[in-house]
Design a protein. Structure first.
Length: 268
């Protein structure tokens, strides 16, 4: 399983997301992006230092750049939004339980859990080189899926910002939001599906399969949970808006074409 190397990657992820001790939700947001980028660079360094890449060095660099772009976009976007958007800061504080400080042992527990999760999310890349697998068609397909997810997230965030400036009293409903109400969450799911796909020809033991699969399931759960909490806030704010009700009742919440319209009971 390469536990020693996984431990190194996990330690780097832990250091990179330690910003969460400042505000615990940063473990799952700004620190998340830092950890994914830092962990991927660590895998690249380990692979080169141990001679795991061979002729596949170009693929290792490509995968590392993908994760670096992902982490930079996510952390940069969230950091900018928190510094410039008062409404977002208020929402973040509410999700964090207000200004009340968490006990240090709880923070440490969260920190360790997320560091392990981020390591598991990166495991498809790690096992490709640790196991000495040299095929490249499947990982390229996976990378392509992840790039689509990353572009989807980026475009969705840009479209939402533009629409909220024009009409701050209504949710975004145009562009990608015509197809699905949470296209950024769908893009996140798509990104990590691509990461999982990139490793399916590299896993050699059931433990490696389980690690990668559990990480993917966890991300999907987190995205649905995030969409549920977002919908709850939107129902409270816009529930009496007829245009909002028409929009949410005909637009899938997170997965395009799948008729799941609500994760909460809509306001009557």
């Amino acid at each position: 399983m390469g536990w020693a190397y996984l431990g190194i990657i996990c330690a780097v992820c832990a250091v990179c997301c330690a910003i969460g001790f400042k505000k615990f939700v940063w473990f799952l947001s700004i620190g998340y992006g830092f950890a994914i980028a830092g962990g991927a660079i660590t895998i690249l360094v380990l692979a080169i230092a141990n001679g795991w890449t061979g002729s596949m060095l170009w693929l290792a660099i490509l995968q590392a750049l993908l994760f670096l772009a992902y982490g930079a976009r996510l952390s940069g976007f969230l950091l900018y939004r928190e510094l410039t958007n008062k409404t977002y800061r208020k929402t973040l504080n509410e999700d964090a339980g207000g200004t009340k400080k968490m006990p240090i042992f709880v923070l440490i527990a969260i920190w360790l859990v997320v560091a392990v999760l981020y390591t598991a999310q990166l495991s498809p890349m790690f096992y490709r080189y640790f196991n000495g697998v040299t095929d490249f068609i499947v990982p390229l397909i996976g990378i392509g899926i992840s790039v689509c997810g990353l572009l989807l997230e980026s475009i969705a965030d840009k479209q939402k910002s533009a629409q909220k400036k024009t009409n701050p009293n209504m949710v975004a409903t145009q562009g990608l939001y015509r197809i699905v109400r949470c296209p950024n969450y769908f893009g996140e799911i798509l990104f990590w599906i691509g990461v999982f796909v990139s490793g399916v020809t590299a896993f050699k033991t059931w433990g490696q399969w389980v690690m990668a699969a559990v990480a993917l399931i966890a991300i999907i759960y987190i995205m649905f949970n995030g969409a549920q909490r977002l919908e709850k806030r939107q129902n409270e704010r816009y529930g009496n808006n007829k245009a909002y009700q028409e929009y949410v009742n005909k637009t899938p919440i997170i997965l395009p074409l799948l008729p799941i319209y609500h994760l909460n009971q809509p306001k009557k």
